[in-house]
Design a protein around this ligand. Sequence first.
Ligand SMILES: Nc1ncnc2c1ncn2[C@@H]1O[C@H](COP(=O)(O)OP(=O)(O)OP(=O)(O)O)[C@@H](O)[C@H]1O
Length: 742
Amino acid sequence: MVTLRDSENLPALLQREGIDITMFTDWFQLNKHDTTARTLTYAEIPKYYVRHEKPKLGPQEFSELMTVNKRIFSSFKEACFAYGLLNDDKEWTHAISKAKLLLARNPRVVKQKWERFVRFPGSTTTYPKLVTNMDNCLIREALDFDMNQSKSRHQQLHSLLNPEQHLIYEHVIQSLHNQEGQFYFVYGSGRTGKTFLYKTIIAKLRSEKMIVFAVASLAPMMQKYAFEALDKTLRDILGYKNPEKRSMIFGGLAVLLGGDFQKYLPVIPKGKRADVVQSCINISELWKYGKVFTLTQSMRVNKYYENREIETQKHDFNKWVLAIGDGTVPEKTYPDFTTRQHDDEYLKERAILTSRNDDADVINAYMFKKLGGDSVAYNSADKIYKGSTNTLDQHNLYPVEFLNTLNFPSMPPHALCLKKELPIMLLRNVNLRKGLCNGTRLIITDLFDYLSKWVEAKALPTNDARVVCKFLKSLFARFGAPRAIISDRGTHFCNDQFAKVMQKYGVTHRLSTAYHPQTSGQVEVSNRGLKRILERTIGENRASWSDKLDDALWAFRTAYKTPIGCTPYKLVYGKACHLPIELEHKAYWALKQANFDPIITGDHRKVQLNELNELRDHAYENSLIYKAKTKRLHDSKIKNRVFNIGDRVLLFNSRLKIFSGKLKSRWNGPFTITRVFPYGTVELSQANGPNFKVNGHRVKHYFGGNVPHLDCPDCEDSQFCHSSRVSHPQLHLGIRYPNLID
Ligand SMILES: Nc1ncnc2c1ncn2[C@@H]1O[C@H](COP(=O)(O)OP(=O)(O)OP(=O)(O)O)[C@@H](O)[C@H]1O
């Protein structure tokens, strides 16, 4: 094959050396001197030969290709027939003669076979005359109806048309008679009689021997491109003889479409909402030429009398039925929701079902807004299950912020917003494959805060009932009475006086059991934290622990709590509260920045910075003096920590408890930051091991000095749980405050 580009000059190309040698002519050359090659077909040659070899035997010239059994044919085609490579028309002839025979016996079957035969590709070349003499079978099919039957059908249907249908009918028929070639669209919700109207129009036209192509309905489901292609094709075909038809919509043919956009939309595989909308017929250029009619009477609801009056009591119901799908579903399904929301029967007898979760979310959000009261958000704690992937970068690939955006079917969203008195449905046994889904409808009666981790503690001289009750009353005065209190079974909680106080304040008293330690889990965790702080602060003189309790509590409330993602103080008061030592860090940093000699002033601080927890514990002693000052200073000056590549940092090792002794620091390093990722993750390098990633919360800047060095194999647990936003204090110390479901 010789290819010729537009830019190439044909005569010059023909002069090119070697142009007359092709693979095909090479095959001749091969056959001239290779007897084996002569036994092979042209297609088989590449199996045994590569082309750069000199050809030997085979056909040596074109005339040889036309020779079959020593007979020379006048064309390649004839030679091919003689080789048996092409079929001839014998089978067609044979079929036709057979059809002739059949025709005598069973004309209907023959007619069908005949049409199939004539439509078969290839037959056109064999019997061009035959085809031109015949009509298009589609046209014949379209005309293959009983006119009288159509007439009577038309009469019957026409008499039943309602006023809206009648109006459309008149328009369409008139424009057809006037050969205006309009494009109509009948818009109507389900059961408004669209199909009934089409049938009437079709019966009318067929009764007048006109051709109607009734194509399947559901125009809104078809993409606009299908109609645009039809428009162009009709303009081309009909404009061939009448050029003025090229400028007419659908080439001047009348086209009637109809459907319900609320029910059907085009299906775009993997398409987004915008893609679907963009492919609708009403976005097409054609739409502006169309005339749109609307049917508004549901024929399922209404009954028309002969005088075309509608039964009056069904007016409202008709309106209601049609309004469904107009964006008013919640209003229509739950009328007077705000006044009737407490009526169980009202809630029981209605529900909105949607086929898409997105729609359910929209409806829920709408109804949620209608319900008064404060909303409480319960956030999920998303975390990658490490066993499911070996990827090193999994925390960067799937940061928690990203996981939180995912919405899976049959799982609640990351932020579950609830309100008191909200009706909810508890779904169980959800197994879509088996069609299983049991739902129990519930109403939220209260929402609780388990999360602030606020701790109230007091050193009591004795733990008898009187002292405990006094303490409780002081708490009630500050925070209000709780709904319930959980305590252990100590005698100071289980006595008459305590019971009386509980009764007076309307508090339910619940006892935890030794067999279910989880009941007091939160309290135990908080107590442990407090004890640890106290152990560090009291030094050798353990008797002074009650003096240090206030400071320990302050430290506890201002310490970062992984489960809540901030400090209890911030959670309760909405702003940060810092310990004095943190301001000293800032002061040190400021000294360094201001170019003072940092060596002398810094030496003392380095020890403190490298052992932050211990320094904090020392600082608690000074806390009373610094309290007021630090808060003011902090709120105005504290900045976020920013880590850059190359920074030297210390890592807080929360897991490894290999440093025994209370004065040992749980910070180790220093490490160097090699990468900084979005969402606060940093990659650290270490001298004797691979680089690893940790959450920025776990590192702090290193300013110098000695720190116990440790390789860090435990570097993966860098994600923090994200939890709810809450605003009420919760008390711990043997009791849990202020919440518990009765
Ligand atoms: N004018 C009429 N008189 C009597 N019955 C009618 C009339 N119009 C429609 N109907 C009847 O109402 C029912 C619904 O009509 P039809 O199927 O034409 O509605 P549709 O709009 O095409 O519905 P869908 O969009 O759901 O397909 C049918 O049983 C039809 O025979």
